[in-house]
Each structure stands twice: as C-alpha cells, then as structure tokens.
Design a protein around this ligand. Structure first.
Ligand code: GLY
Length: 561
C-alpha cells in the first residue's frame, strides 16, 4: 500500500494539489485550501487519528499558513459526524461580542455608521472562539492529545513556510485597504515591503501562543497570565475586551439543521449560521415546482427568486438563538415554502417592493477570505469545517506578544439595522449588537447523504457561501461529482442589492437574454469561492477529494513521510 500511496502522492506533487486521498476499505479523503494543511491532516489519519483529530491539526495549520483567512484570533463552525453513534453535531466556535459592546457602538452622534469602525483595529474584534474549539474537539471527539495535534502548526509558525501568490496578494490588498498594526507589519510587511513568493514567513509569537494552547489547553488561552497579558495589550491599543469575556467563553454544541431534498438528507449549519435555514428555505421552495423538468434558464430564474425570498428572511429573522427567538421551524417548513412559492411568477422577476428599498448601492467584497476543509476517515467519520477572521487579515491588528491577528467579526452584526455590512448584507434588530452575543454568519459546513453516497462540503465567500453550497447541493443531487461541485460556474442573489451576480461563462448569451427579459439585473463579477469537497460513492466504494480550482496554491513539494 505504501507504494500505491507514494505513486498517488508523487502525482499530487506534480499537480501541486490541495486535496489528497488514498486506498483502504473506505478511502479517506481530505480537501483543504492549502497543501501543508492537507499534509498535516493526512499524517494524523495515517498515524491512527480520526477525522476529528485531523480537523484539529488542519485547523491549526491553516491558522498559520493562511493567516489572511482564519486563525486563533477568530472563530469557526465544526460539523462532525460520528460513524459509531451515527450522530452529527455542530460545534459553534463563533466569536462573541465583548461584554462592553453596545448596540450603537459604531454610530456617530447623528446615528450614522462610522466608516470602517467595525472593520479595523481591536475595536472590531469579537472574543475569539477557535482556540476553545480545538481544545474541545480534541478532548471530546478526538483520540489524540491536543499537544500532539498542534505540533505541525507550531513547527510551521516557528520555522516558517514559503510565501505564495495568494498570501502575497492578500498582504497587498490589506495594506491598501486598512491600517495595519506595527506588529502585523513586522511579520508580513517588513521594511514596508510585501513578501516575495518563496520568502519564508515566520511567526514566533504565534508559535508560543500555540504552545501555550498545546500544553495548557482551554485554560491556558482563556484564563491565565497569558489571557491577562493579551487583554491588557489589546486595551492599550483601544479594545474594550475584559478578562471576564475570555473566562466566560465556551463553544456550544448545537443540533444541526436536517432537511430532505430530492430524496437526500442534508445536515447543515444552524443559527448563528444563516446557511442551513437560508438553503433549507430555497430547497423547499424549489420542491414546490417541477424543478428537475425545467430548462437551465428557468432553473436560474427559480433559484434566484427563491434566494431573493430566503435572503430577505435571513435579514429579518436571523440572529444568535441564545439571544433572540429565531423561528427555525417555520423558516424551513414545507408550509412556509409553499406560501413563498405562491408569490413566485415563473415568467417575471419579483420587483423589490417600495418598503424594501434599502440602499442597494453597496460595495462588494471579494469574499475569498475565510477557509473551509472537508475530511472523511477510513471509519466513515466526517468533518466539515469553516473558519474565519472575516475580511482579509481580519482587523489588520496583531497582538504584539501573542502574534494573534484579531478578527473583525463585529462587522457581521448590524452596526445599524438595515445598513449593509462589508458583504452588502443587511440585518435587522435580531442581529443587532448586544454584550456576549454571537454575530450572524454565512459559514455553511454541510453533509449530503443520498442513495448514491455522501458529500462533505463548504467554502469561504461571505454571503456567497450560501449560494455556492446551495448550487453544489443541487449539482451533487442531479448527478454532479466532487470535481463539478468545486469547478462549476456560480451565480448569486442576496435580496439586496437586487442583482444576479455571476461568474464569466456561468450563463450563455441566450440565458442572459432570457433572464433580462424576465426583469433580472445581471452583473458579471470575477471568480469567487474556494470550495473543498470530499465524496464517497456507495456503488464504487470510491472516495473523491476536490479542491476548488480557483484557489489552488502552487509551489509546494509535499513530503508525507
Ligand atoms: N465572517 C463571515 C461570516 O461568518 O459569514
């Protein structure tokens, strides 16, 4: 088997992959956004760890080698399936608002949103959740000690890794778009210069922080001398964090959302993710029509009209379920979908009603940050994980002594209800800022189980995460595979602004004409997303891992032994 593995791995090296799989009774599969993360996960599986062990190792490595996307200064959602108990659990490691936060903290005296106040610097940061998740998963779901699982990340932070194109681009975008803190610049822009490709990036302070987490676990990060130093440092630079905010932080195990569509069972992210309910609502609406019998253009129209309605509900009903009543049952019920379906005209786009005319002239966020990975182990345990620090390099602020890049997740709250955030998403009072509340998210780690097999999927991409996962679910359940799920062209509508955004070549000219005739506004945008999919086929027994071709990272020689 070792020889087979070496051959597969050799071919992967030639193609500089992000995803790997190998042959056993169930072939394990891993798809991540970075080859070094896939390697760390593979090594855990090869040394007897399960998917949950691998998830911890991969999560930590991505925090080091994809510092623009996610990290210990941020949060994430871990969807886990245990093949022994046959249960899925959703681990909510979302950041929460500091206890000193308040509803109008980002408004000026006239009640207007202060530009970039919820995006830049330590005031934009929620209390991080990712370190708590790593400890929790290793302790409660894994089989290996956290200390061991964090070693690859510690090594990469201390000894460094080579800069690659996406990282360099992210540094340049961050440098242009936000003010970066001195420590951040010392690591990523020494002498005010972005790294060149191949330059070794070392993060010694982050290595020490990972070591503290590795040796002292949750308490080491959330309730120790280290926590005190971190909070005092952030306060000196303007944060409103308190030590108590860390002491009281814990992950929450929640029931995932389950839904049936085209005979398959979907397991999806519940609030404070908006993904499961929004996708559930769209799929239920599609089920009210002869969706499979429609032409492509008719399908795009119906999916768009369904997204228009589901994203409107996202804006007005969704928030942290521990703080506000979220009518999940209603939003994913067949009865509600049937009511929404009645309002859809198959020949005409629904005009935005006057009362819904909220500023549609928002900016657009590329949505390539945040990261997702999918894992299947040889016992059939699964992990779908999406983690984030929000926009490129989060708040752009690095805590000097711990090397943590702080998230800017506070921007996922409604700074002012019905004012668009950096993804152009609007939110209502349900998602307004309250002390200790979790901000709404679009991250949507997902499992599909059908007669055909299983799929484990997710992607970064801000609001577009939801439509990307939706389109991939539809693709898989209508005959697509892991490759087509990651590679197919995408389109998106999010209620406001009232426009279908699509990738080049997503629509033929005929389809565009047809959609315009129906009254849709169209806008071509650059490619987006970085989906990571693992599938298992019941009939052939084959596992397929696929990383989004849009996100492939080149230049890494992978040595698995
Ligand atoms: N920060 C992006 C999201 O959670 O949706």
């Amino acid at each position: 088997m070792l020889t087979t593995l070496r051959i597969i791995i050799a071919s992967l090296i030639m193609h500089l992959p992000n995803s790997i799989s190998y042959a056993q009774e169930i072939d394990p599969g891993i798809a991540t956004a970075h080859p070094l993360a896939s390697k760390a996960g593979y090594e855990v599986l090869a040394s007897g760890g399960n998917s949950f062990d691998a998830a911890v190792a991969i999560s930590a490595v991505l925090s080091v080698v994809e510092p623009y996307s996610s990290g210990l200064g941020g949060g994430g959602f871990f969807l886990l399936y245990d093949s022994t108990s046959k249960d899925s659990v959703f681990i909510d490691a979302r950041e929460k608002a500091p206890s000193n936060a308040s509803r109008d903290m980002y408004l000026d005296n006239d009640g207007n949103v202060i530009r970039r106040a919820s995006l830049d610097g330590p005031m934009a940061a929620g209390i991080p959740g990712l370190p708590a998740a790593l400890h929790h998963i290793a302790k409660n779901h894994g089989t290996m000690p956290l200390y061991r699982l964090l070693q690859p990340a510690i090594r990469l932070a201390r000894e460094g890794f080579p800069a690659y194109e996406r990282l360099v681009t992210a540094v340049m975008i961050a440098d242009k778009s936000k003010s970066l803190s001195p420590k951040f610049k010392e690591i990523f822009l020494p002498n005010d210069k972005a790294p060149i490709i191949g330059q070794i990036i070392r993060q010694p302070e982050l290595a020490k922080t990972l070591e503290i987490l590795a040796s002292s676990g949750h308490a080491g990060f959330y309730d120790s001398f280290f926590t005190k130093a971190m909070v005092e440092e952030s306060q000196r630079d303007g944060s409103i964090w308190e030590i108590e905010d860390f002491k009281s932080y814990s992950v929450i195990e929640r029931e995932p959302i389950k839904l049936n569509f085209l005979g398959a069972e979907l397991t999806m992210a519940p609030p404070p993710s908006s993904g499961g309910t929004t996708i559930g609502s769209v799929l239920n609406i599609l089920s009210e029509f002869d969706f499979l019998g429609m032409s492509f253009s008719e399908k795009v129209h119906l999916i768009t009209e369904s997204m228009r309605r589901a994203f409107k509900d996202r804006a007005f009903y969704l928030g942290d379920p521990d703080f506000v009543d979220v009518p999940i049952g209603k939003l994913i019920s067949k009865e509600y979908a049937s009511k929404l379906a009645e309002s859809i005209n198959l020949d005409k786009a629904t005009p935005i009603h006057e009362e819904d005319e909220i500023d549609g002239s928002i900016g657009w966020n590329e949505g390539a940050h945040t990261t997702h990975f999918s894992i299947l182990d040889n016992n059939g345990n699964r992990a779908a994980v999406t983690q984030t620090i929000n926009t490129w390099f989060g708040s752009g602020y690095m805590l000097p002594s711990s090397g943590l890049i702080l998230n800017n997740e506070m921007d996922d709250f409604a700074s002012k209800p019905l004012s668009p955030n950096s993804y152009g998403l609007i939110h209502g009072e349900q998602n307004s800022i309250q002390p200790n509340k979790r901000m709404l998210s679009s991250m949507t780690p997902t499992f599909i189980e059908s007669d055909r097999g299983i799929a484990i999927l997710g992607t970064p991409g801000g609001a577009r995460i939801i439509s990307m996962v939706l389109l991939s679910i539809i693709d898989y359940l209508t005959g697509g595979d892991a490759q087509s799920m990651t590679a197919s062209k995408r389109f998106h509508h999010q209620f406001l602004p009232d426009v279908i955004r699509y990738e080049k070549d997503a629509f033929t000219n005929d389809v565009k004409e047809d959609l315009q005739m129906k009254g849709h506004n169209l806008q071509e945008i650059s490619n987006y997303g970085n989906m990571q999919v693992v599938t298992f086929d019941n009939a052939t027994g084959e596992t397929e891992s696929s990383s989004d071709p849009r996100g492939l990272i080149e230049g890494f020689e992978i040595d698995f032994y």
